[in-house]
Ligand binder design. Structure first.
Ligand SMILES: Cc1cc2nc3c(=O)[nH]c(=O)nc-3n(C[C@H](O)[C@H](O)[C@H](O)COP(=O)(O)OP(=O)(O)OC[C@H]3O[C@@H](n4cnc5c(N)ncnc54)[C@H](O)[C@@H]3O)c2cc1C
Length: 486
């Protein structure tokens, strides 16, 4: 078996693994990257579909808007893709019972559509929530508590709870309030009203836009960032092994780490390294370690669950469908969760005169949605969207993508198990487990990029910085400012 020595092995060529690689390459550090897939980007990859008449359609793995409060990340990306980093005016809505609503929710619009009695009920619910959670100090134990305390039951159910339950596939009173920290921390009925007032006033206001209003996007899909990193590091002589994954990882007492890799063709390779950076699902990673962890750790890791997704990508002979980048479908009446029109991110995502829709469904592996055929998914799309968004005759092609380990499930016990697993992994001093899958953390590209960069800095400075602290903002960070180009 071929053996290679390297200082650092990076497993996973998603945002976390590749930002680490990019920073190590700038410091001329020795490393190798391995990636199971045939392309880089992980959940932030961009697929390319070439059709028989030569039309080329691009789509991300779901809508990928870049936003961060960290200006260094904007500079990092701009240095990679320069003029391909374009500014996009955001429009996103929700589609509920045949009516479109703004997203984030516009309080006045919601009240108008809900009517007088509905509005009174919303106000009363909010008032009762303030008494229950504020005056009588009922504790916030679950996501549902958090949503009801901040919005009142009616508005929370209408705007947040339904969709949240669709994402996770469990009732909101079984979801840990940590989910609210990433998603809606700092938002409440008052801030929703203030947002609506600001929207009215901003007609006359030319001030800086917030992240809610505009965002940056790579002109040919978010995957462009990661494809560019791979090109850059390969041009400096570094290797990225695609379609390759680890089968066994041995932490030796002398500090060296042996990693056995296998590629799609069955060829094997042994890597001997001093640092291991892993950004693959923690649930898979722990099971590769030798000597095997104690039963308690194996049991803990097996209690951590992921939510999967199935996507239907539909290419269409229509110039445009909506002005939205994406539309949420919170109602439980359909299994459709969100639909993105990729050409509203960038006109380069589909050929002229044509468009596409990327439809997301949430599921657990093996359930009825996961097992749905392309025809069944299309049937549901046509049932809910047909006639309103497009007609069947407009369809060119449909493609199904099944994605595992997409969302770490924040159920009520996840932290107990995760802490056990992390304490065990923390014993390995030259191991860096990072990124969304590596840390079992619901986070966006920005925090994965930051984790990768901080890991590279740890290796360069020979000092372990605190990865856990990345992305622990305690506010709704979409309210931050959009950084302008240099
Ligand atoms: C539908 C959807 C919408 C999103 N929208 C946004 C958005 O608007 N804005 C935003 O910033 N972020 C968004 N995200 C989140 C973003 O995709 C992730 O935060 C980001 O990709 C995480 O990067 P990562 O490197 O931590 O993990 P990943 O992207 O998951 O990368 C991990 C990599 O490891 C590889 N891997 C896995 N197992 C193995 C193995 N055994 N061996 C070798 N390699 C392996 C994977 O193939 C992958 O390439 C969205 C995600 C989804 C699913």
């Amino acid at each position: 078996m071929k053996e290679i020595k390297t200082e650092t092995l990076i497993i996973g060529a998603g945002p976390a693994g590749l930002s680490c690689a990019m920073e190590l390459s700038k410091a001329d550090k020795d490393f190798i990257v391995v990636e199971k897939d045939s392309m880089p980007g992980g959940l932030s990859k961009t697929y390319v579909f070439k059709e028989d008449d030569g039309s080329v359609f691009y789509t991300d793995n779901g809508p990928h808007r870049f936003f961060s409060k960290n200006k260094n990340l904007y500079d990092f990306i701009e240095n990679l893709i320069s003029e391909d980093w374009i500014k996009v005016k955001r429009q996103t809505r929700q589609y509920i019972d045949g009516v479109f609503y703004d997203y984030p929710v516009n309080a006045f619009q919601a009240l108008r559509n809900i009517g007088f009695l509905g509005s009174i009920k919303m106000g009363a619910d909010y008032f009762f929530a303030k008494i229950k959670y504020g005056l009588f100090k009922r504790p916030i134990n679950t996501f549902q508590d958090y949503a009801y305390a901040n919005f009142g039951k009616s508005l929370a159910d209408f705007n947040i709870v339904n969709y949240t339950e669709k994402i996770w596939g469990i009732p909101s009173d079984q979801i840990h309030p940590d989910w609210a920290i990433q998603r809606i921390k700092g938002l409440n009925l008052l801030s929703v009203f203030m947002g609506a007032f600001r929207k009215i006033l901003s007609i006359k206001n030319d001030g800086p836009k917030s992240l809610v209003e505009e965002f940056f996007y790579p002109s040919k899909g978010t995957g462009l960032i990661y494809e560019t990193i791979v090109k850059k590091i390969e041009s400096k002589g570094y290797t990225v092994y695609f379609e390759t994954e680890p089968v066994k990882i041995d932490f030796l007492k002398n500090g060296e780490i042996l990693v056995w890799l296998k590629n799609k063709k069955g060829e094997e390779l042994k890597i001997i390294c001093t640092n291991l950076v892993e950004s693959i699902p923690i649930t898979n990673f722990v099971k590769l370690i030798e000597p095997k962890p104690e039963t308690e750790i194996i049991e803990a890791v097996s209690k951590l669950r992921h939510r999967n997704q199935v996507y239907l990508f539909v290419t269409l002979n229509k110039e445009s469908i909506t002005g939205d980048q994406w539309i949420y479908f919170p109602s439980k009446e359909t299994s459709i969760a969100r639909v993105s029109e990729m050409r509203n991110f960038s006109k380069f995502m589909s050929p002229e005169g044509k468009t596409s829709l990327f439809v997301e469904f949430f599921c657990f592996e093996g359930d009825s949605v996961w097992n749905s055929s392309k025809e069944e998914l299309l049937e549901e799309v046509l049932r809910v969207m047909g006639g309103v968004f497009f007609d069947k005759k407009d369809i060119r092609e449909t493609y199904v993508i099944r994605q595992k380990n997409v969302y770490p499930v924040y159920d009520m016990n996840y932290l107990t198990y995760l802490d056990k697993v992390k304490n065990y992994l923390n014993e390995y001093k030259n191991l860096f487990y990072i990124g969304r899958p590596g840390r079992f953390r619901y986070n966006n590209q920005d925090h994965s990029l930051e984790m990768g960069m901080l890991t590279a800095k740890s290796i360069i400075d020979s000092k372990k910085y605190d990865i856990e602290s990345v992305g622990q903002e305690k506010e709704y960070y979409e309210e931050g400012k959009l950084f302008s180009k240099k």
